[in-house]
Design a protein around this ligand. Structure first.
Ligand code: SF4
Length: 282
């Protein structure tokens, strides 16, 4: 990774590998659970797992799309594993957590984009612990948005999240399988359908976006009904991934947080290490 030679001081992360980290790691492995923390090589894994939290990645480790900023593998995925909801419910009990973020790879091969599997995971966890709260970080559900949201209605309540990731101008390079307007449309549909549900999105900075493009993206998200926003620094997960165009300073992230609040977001997290699921229960 070329960038590591010139990482600014604020990007160097403290290592956390303590006993509680091993405990989390052991439980996840025992139940055969996949996490986005590991798959995406998240820089917060030491911190989050030490705190006893993790974000589960359901529906396999193979994505039907191939975004060059993402470390998750792509290709032809396996059918959904019917044992996964129950295994995650057992993991949740063993970890003794009350808030779970659930995300998935893109499953454009499934007629509902994987929505029924999200629902089944929530229902299994809720049966194990009725006090559990959930946050769903879903794909854009391509051609099945209405159908997929209808299915997810069976698992309310939850925080609904879908990441816009980057401004429209960078989609061709960073998110070639996605469509900016389609992502906004999903958020708007969720917001209209579930007025009581918090709607969240995230954006990565450092891919070459301009300030004006980011401001427009924040306004678009807010107009689509988003009230929660996470902003973090893009970090190249592998030598094959898109290079980092810019390291945004912590001061600039503070400025972005102020901008987001002035646009109208009422929950904002913005810092170099912020990720969609970072301190999601805050
Ligand atoms: S920020 Fe999210 S993906 Fe990263 S380690 Fe924490 S829970 Fe996992």
């Amino acid at each position: 990774m070329k960038e590591t030679k010139r990482l600014p001081a604020w990007i160097r992360k403290q290592m956390y590998y303590q006993e509680s980290f091993m405990h989390t790691e052991k439980i996840i492995a025992q139940h055969g659970i996949t996490t986005i923390c590991s798959q995406a090589k998240c820089p917060n894994r030491g911190e989050c797992w030490t705190r006893g939290t993790a974000t589960v990645l359901i529906l396999g480790e193979i994505c039907t799309r191939n975004c060059p900023f993402c470390a998750v593998g792509h290709g032809k995925p396996e059918p959904p594993d019917p044992t996964e909801p129950e295994r995650i419910a057992q993991m949740v009990l063993d970890m003794d957590i009350s808030y779970l973020v659930i995300t998935s790879v893109d499953r454009d091969d499934l007629p509902d984009g994987g929505a029924s599997h999200f629902r089944d995971v929530i229902l299994a966890c809720r049966a194990a612990n009725p006090l559990m709260r959930f946050e769903l970080l879903v794909p854009d559900f391509k051609d099945s948005q209405d159908h997929s949201l209808e299915i997810l209605s069976q698992a309310l309540p939850f925080v609904f999240s879908h990441n816009i990731e980057t401004p429209a101008q960078l989609y061709a390079t960073a998110r070639p399988g996605g469509v900016y307007s389609r992502s906004l449309q999903l958020l708007a549909k969720a917001s209209e359908r579930w007025p009581e549900v918090p709607i969240k999105s995230s954006i990565m900075l450092g891919l070459g976006e301009s300030e004006q493009q980011v401001l427009q993206t924040l306004k678009d998200l807010h107009d689509a009904g988003c009230d929660r926003l996470a902003m973090g620094q893009y970090l190249r997960p592998s030598a094959e991934s898109l290079p980092v165009a810019e390291f945004v300073t912590p001061e600039k992230f503070t400025w972005w947080e102020e901008q987001a609040r002035s646009i109208g977001f009422d929950w904002v997290m913005a810092s170099p290490f912020t990720r969609s699921s970072y301190h999601a229960d805050a």
